[in-house]
Design a protein around this ligand. Sequence first.
Ligand SMILES: Nc1ncnc2c1ncn2[C@@H]1O[C@H](COP(=O)(O)OP(=O)(O)OP(=O)(O)O)[C@@H](O)[C@H]1O
Length: 309
Amino acid sequence: MAEPVIEIRGLSKTYESGFKALENVDLDIKRGEIFALLGPNGAGKTTLINILCGIVNPTGGSARAGGFDVIREFRAAREKIGLVPQELTVEPFTKVWSTVAFSRGLFGKPKNNAHIERVLKDLSLWDKRKNATRELSGGMKRRVMIAKALSHEPEILFLDEPTAGVDVELRRSMWNVVRGLREHGVTIVLTTHYLEEAEQMADRIGVIQNGEIRLVDETAALMTQLGEKRLAVVLAEPLERVPDALADYDLRLAEEGRRLVYTYNAATGTTGVKQLFHDLDAAGVAFVDVDTEQSSLEEIFVNLVGADR
Ligand SMILES: Nc1ncnc2c1ncn2[C@@H]1O[C@H](COP(=O)(O)OP(=O)(O)OP(=O)(O)O)[C@@H](O)[C@H]1O
């Protein structure tokens, strides 16, 4: 495993109200990966990020970011981190260049115009550098927030729901921006409830629910290990019910009996598809076409977090 850039051990948070927002979280984030923290509202995603950024104090456990303890070595750890919070908070009248350069100054870093220029170019904001932020579109403002978070050359970038309330086109362009940042060596941790976003963007996904990490895995492995596949057989003649001869298969009729849907797990090795075709033939069920589909992360997620979602 690549060297972890974030190490979280037994981290817990009970708020003063007595509410347990995090319970005994263990998690390593690898250097250079895009990690998606996926969970329903109130799962504890922001609490976790806020602890790593020194905004919330944990009530148990420890965490290190970029090699520094986030509490005992707060300043050093914080310098390694760029945070893009959920809410858009840009100063309306300040010019893009100044607002980004100013953020760098807040970390006590010496001026570095070449770095600011590179960040603005990476985020396609270079042409807007002389504009006041209020003259920008919502998507551009969000990119300004990212530029600010990158101004002090952090190793780790936290994006708390980077595409909340953003349209599909902008969301896709944001995904490209984030992938580009990874190519420049930044480790990215993002929170999302958009499953598609985690699926499209992340190298690994951690599912968090009720303050506990339920599962961490490579996105691709998650998809195949947990992914059920479905085979839809398009029937020549609609059926009223599944023939008794096929009762041993996980079959259901769809589209008013015009499709017979077979569910199986592709990861188990034997799919049973060949035998099913044989048995369909033997039962005198004629078909004209087939399609397969793999379950999306959405379904996996719903199966995992169930009714609490
Ligand atoms: N200051 C606080 N005092 C008491 N409870 C809090 C406080 N901040 C957060 N919580 C509670 O902790 C839980 C986790 O909140 P958190 O913001 O970490 O969730 P989240 O996963 O980021 O949710 P969302 O996806 O809605 O942003 C929630 O039930 C929330 O109400």
